[in-house]
Ligand binder design. Structure first.
Ligand SMILES: NC(=O)C1=CN([C@@H]2O[C@H](COP(=O)(O)OP(=O)(O)OC[C@H]3O[C@@H](n4cnc5c(N)ncnc54)[C@H](O)[C@@H]3O)[C@@H](O)[C@H]2O)C=CC1
Ligand SMILES: O=C(O)C1=N[C@H](C(=O)O)C[C@H](O)C1
Length: 267
């Protein structure tokens, strides 16, 4: 297998630091640069926690990074504000984005899809790289065909920036694709405290819980006469996402299309 040259944006983050381990421990992957808003001009090995990493230059500016470094793939694990800019810039430089960053808008996704088509390059946007989470979304989509009253509860650590989570949005989208839009609950329902019923998506409600101690969890509740069904997934560490990142990097090199969701590339 040919070596895949990879840039990681957000290497010091909770996810980014796991991705650095994945890339540097995978034989056919090579970490060629890092994009970090701090430490411009240093080597990754100069940064605490990365002393054992070989010669990997850090750039604060992705444009400059892509002008100087020959790369195949950009793995982006940053923030909703910069993730889109990074993905767009990578494609403009003929580098294939694998994006775990969440909080992208529908317009962002449409723009990236257009750019992929124009450039004939692959791009994978995966709101959740954990295989169990992908199964949870697929099982929820199956269940929604038969039980169309749904509430989504996502639970995350309290440092998360976006709400609802990318996974919750993707789950709601997947359910909406098979379910007639339906207003749930009593038609005269009133919130006496604003937000009590959570966010609304095609009549479904999404509730976001943020607590220290949590990592990434979601349950999808279905109800019908006299019964409920709960489908739940829990990530207990960020290693749980890494096999999905690996598959995404390998797949993005083979495909020249835009992919939104890991379920679309898993066999
Ligand atoms: N798709 C998936 O399976 C998963 C996605 N995520 C998403 O990944 C993203 C990162 O999550 P965490 O690692 O928990 O966050 P984090 O806050 O630990 O890491 C974000 C990193 O981005 C860096 N950063 C900020 N601005 C930057 C810039 N302009 N250039 C380069 N780096 C910059 C920060 O320094 C930080 O190290 C979030 O959007 C989160 O929702 C998180 C877990 C799993
Ligand atoms: O920020 C996180 O931690 C996570 N973000 C992703 C999301 O928004 O769905 C994936 C996972 O839930 C962890």
């Amino acid at each position: 297998m040919d070596t895949i040259k990879i840039i990681i944006a957000g290497p010091r983050g909770r996810m980014g630091s796991e991705a650095v381990k994945l890339v540097t421990n995978t034989e056919h992957f090579e970490l060629v640069a890092a994009v970090d808003h701090k430490h411009d001009g240093l080597m990754l090995s100069d940064v605490e926690g990365f002393q054992s990493i070989g010669n990997v230059p850090i750039y604060s500016n992705i444009e400059k990074c892509l002008q100087n470094i020959e790369a195949d793939v950009l793995i982006d694990l940053t923030t909703p504000e910069v993730g889109m800019y990074h993905a767009r810039t990578a494609l403009e430089h003929n580098v294939r984005p694998v994006v775990g960053t969440t909080g992208f808008t529908k317009q962002d996704l449409e723009e990236l899809e257009r750019l992929c088509f124009e450039k004939e390059l692959g791009c994978i946007i995966a709101p959740n790289f954990a295989i169990g989470a992908v199964l949870m979304m697929k099982f929820s989509q199956m269940a929604a065909k038969y039980m169309d009253d749904v509430e989504i509860i996502e639970l995350h650590h309290d440092q998360k920036l976006d709400a609802p989570s990318g996974t919750a949005v993707k789950t709601a989208e997947m359910i909406s694709a098979v379910r007639e839009a339906k207003q749930q609950g009593h038609p005269n329902e009133k919130e006496t405290i604003q937000g009590a019923r959570g966010a609304e998506f095609d009549g479904m409600h999404i509730h976001s819980v943020r607590l220290p101690g949590l990592i990434a969890h979601q349950q999808v509740l279905f109800g019908s006469d006299g019964q409920t069904l709960t489908i739940r997934h829990d990530s207990y560490n960020r290693g749980s996402f890494m096999s999905g990142v690996k598959v995404a990097v390998e797949t993005v090199m083979k495909n020249n299309t835009f992919v939104y969701g890991l379920e679309n590339i898993l066999g």
